[in-house]
Design a protein around this ligand. Structure first.
Ligand code: ADP
Ligand code: MG
Length: 342
């Protein structure tokens, strides 16, 4: 048996990357979520070759203090939580302090950032996990991160990347899911230097349906009901697709818990049950739903990529979802007293 030894930090980060960074879209998720956590009003995402060649995310958020730059790319370093108590109430998308060091360990990475207190920006480059000393650079207040040649030093992962179109499709899907919930933010997405999406910020309630239509299509917005229902300390709002908006695939199902897109068994079951009486077998409902509840009632630290959550009182959540949706859908069936789609 060989002796036990401490692993080098680059390897630790690469192992962590294995959990969170499956494909280019996972990088985009981590970077854009960081921009949102930084209070950005505008996020620009540039992709080349499906993300295999370049992923660049640029924001106008708060930036990173010059002294903190090396920490931003260090493992387990975060500005978002400081204690277990914070973890239980976390309201930011990130909190693990693992994304940047992980990404930097499996790509050619550069971070440029400037806060409003600085008169110039700093740029730090990392090659295969090894940071070079920061250098002065040009950049407005905010942060840009460039990820080139993703997985260049992880051949096994590189092999698993799909065609450029497929990987870009995943990225576009990810941006769609973020743009549906963070409507106060402008998103721009380009692929191989061609603009693909320009989603301007929504600054009035009246402008909201247009954003949803832009993302999910005019058919969806014409065949859904807008709901906003509160009970038992929870709120369910969003857009419930009518049976006429149902689809052959489950490809328009967005469920957010405290603004985080999740896949959850309790939620899926409640929704399926609520739709059971109004949908033909084999059809899938379309919906965009936002569940808000006390952060203490839900654990988001279940999975490194945070796709999963655990409800403290899952029965209560299930019943609230089922009852609310069932009521809305039953009314559409009876065709009585329902406000027309917006
Ligand atoms: P986490 O998001 O879990 O804190 P990350 O590795 O994603 O961990 O980021 C590390 C830290 O770097 C963040 O806590 C934040 O302080 C800083 N940071 C990363 N991206 C940005 C950004 N776009 N704008 C401002 N700060 C950022
Ligand atoms: Mg993060």
């Amino acid at each position: 048996m060989p002796r036990i030894r401490q692993l080098p930090i680059e390897l630790v980060n690469q192992i962590a990357a294995g959990e969170v960074i499956e494909r280019p879209a996972s990088v985009v998720k981590e970077l854009v979520e960081n921009s949102l956590d930084a209070g950005a009003g505008r996020v620009e995402i540039e992709i080349e070759e499906g993300g295999a060649r370049l992923i660049r995310v640029r924001d106008d958020g708060c930036g990173i203090d010059a002294d903190d730059l090396p920490l931003a790319i260090a493992a387990h370093a975060t500005s978002k939580i400081a204690s277990f108590d914070d973890l239980e109430r976390v309201a930011t998308m990130g909190f693990r302090g693992e994304a940047l060091p992980s990404i930097a360990s499996i790509s050619r990475f550069a971070l440029t950032s400037r806060t409003s207190a600085q008169d110039h920006a700093l740029r730090i480059e990392v090659d295969g996990g090894k940071p070079l000393p920061p250098k002065p650079a040009q950049h407005p207040v905010g942060t840009s991160i460039e990820v080139r040649d993703l997985f260049y030093n992880v051949p096994a992962r590189r092999k698993f990347m799909r065609a450029e179109r497929t990987e870009f499709g995943r990225i576009d899907e990810l941006i769609t899911s973020l743009a549906l919930v963070r409507t106060e933010v402008e998103f721009r997405l380009s692929h191989n230097n061609k603009p693909v999406r320009l989603l301007r910020r929504v600054d009035s309630a009246a402008a909201l349906p247009a954003r949803v239509a832009d993302l999910l299509g005019q058919e969806f917005i014409e065949q859904c009901l807008r709901i906003d229902h509160s009970a038992a300390g929870m709120r369910l709002s969003g857009w419930v697709g009518l049976p006429t908006a149902s689809r052959a695939q489950a490809d328009q199902q967005y469920f957010y818990v405290n603004a985080r897109l999740v896949r959850d068994k309790v939620v899926a079951h409640a929704v399926r049950q609520a739709y059971a009486d109004v949908l033909f077998h084999g059809r899938h409902p379309a919906f965009v739903l936002f569940l808000e509840l006390d952060p203490l009632g839900v654990d988001v630290n279940v999975h490194p990529a945070k796709h999963e959550v655990r409800f403290r009182e899952s029965r209560l959540v299930h019943d609230f979802l089922y009852r609310t949706l069932n009521e809305v859908l039953a009314e559409t069936r009876a065709g009585s007293g329902v406000s027309p789609p917006v």
